[in-house]
Design a protein around this ligand. Structure first.
Ligand code: PAF
Length: 291
């Protein structure tokens, strides 16, 4: 596996591979790999001739007072895991090379970024869309892989890729869960043993909504209220949002239908976690793996 640090070198390598007729798969990450990341890498490995994984904790998607400085990092372990999965190129640029002095260009995806995490984290999706657009330009993938856990992010990136004519495919793969249902996330590292136990309330809230929906309840407000109650029953939990939204537009629905998405975000003390389920599917299966 080659490690590339310099953006220009990444672009040149990707160009050469494309010119040789090879299909590149890109897995953009902020590192500190867990099974969720590995499931994306495995899918890319299965579908593409060459796999590029980017490891970059992107400063522009963190707001003031958020966890940029604390975000877990273990580059050596990430390299070992990536190599073991057969990754060809690991792109790990320095922040100053991605955003050099004088940097002034950002990508704003309208509408889709207004609600949910966009409302709670102003500027977050501007940072995500900007860095992902830059990664698309530098790595020139045929396919880019993202996880469903960041459901809104995936919709924002799909929209951006289409609107800006990147000419690539965006694949969104299922959430990978711990055996007790907690969605895998690098931020789970922040949780104490007691917080880790309470953090399953997001999964349980979604389970409650899915169960009610399966039994015929379609009132989105009722489903959201039930999710809220499950989260709020945990003393360390503070709900950010619970809602049922349209799968593509992310707008609130009055009536849930199969394919609509139940979404939840909550703080467990200081740690903000998100999760979701597509209603009418069995994607909440605990311990399920994506591949
Ligand atoms: O989901 C993430 O890890 C990040 O938001 C991404 C897509 C790598 C952009 O920094």
């Amino acid at each position: 596996m080659d490690i590339i640090r310099i953006p220009g070198e990444m672009r040149e390598t990707a160009e050469n591979l494309r010119r040789a007729g090879l299909r590149l798969g890109l897995v953009p990450t902020m590192g500190y790999f867990h099974e969720g990341h590995l499931s994306l890498i495995r899918r890319a490995r299965a579908e593409c001739d060459r796999v590029v994984v980017s490891v970059f904790v992107n400063p522009t998607q963190f707001g003031p007072g958020e966890d940029l400085g604390l975000y877990p990092r273990d580059f050596d372990r990430d390299c070992e895991l990536a190599a073991a999965e057969g990754v060809d190129l690991l792109f790990a640029p320095a922040a100053d090379d991605v955003y050099p002095p004088g940097y002034a260009t950002y990508v704003d995806v309208e509408r889709l970024t207004e609600g949910l995490c966009g409302a709670s984290r102003p500027g977050h999706f501007r940072g995500v869309a900007t860095v992902v657009a830059k990664l698309f330009n530098l790595c020139r993938p045929a396919v880019a892989y993202f996880g469903q856990k960041d459901y809104q992010q995936a919709q924002v990136i799909k929209r951006m890729a289409a609107d800006l004519d990147f000419g690539l495919q965006v694949e969104v793969l299922p959430i990978v869960r711990e055996p007790d249902g907690l969605a895998m996330s690098s931020r789970n590292q922040y949780l104490s043993v007691d917080e880790r136990r309470q953090a399953t309330c997001l999964y349980r809230a979604l389970g409650r909504a899915a169960e009610l929906f399966a039994s015929g309840e379609t009132g989105a407000e009722r489903l959201a209220a039930e999710m809220r109650a499950v989260v709020e029953a945990e003393p360390a939990a503070r709900l950010d949002y619970a809602a049922v939204v349209d799968a593509n537009e992310l707008t609130p629905r009055r009536r849930a239908a199969p394919g609509a998405v139940a979404v939840v975000a909550a703080f467990i003390n200081d740690t903000r976690l998100i999760d979701n389920t597509i209603l009418g599917t069995d994607d909440l299966k605990a311990g399920a793996t994506a591949c």
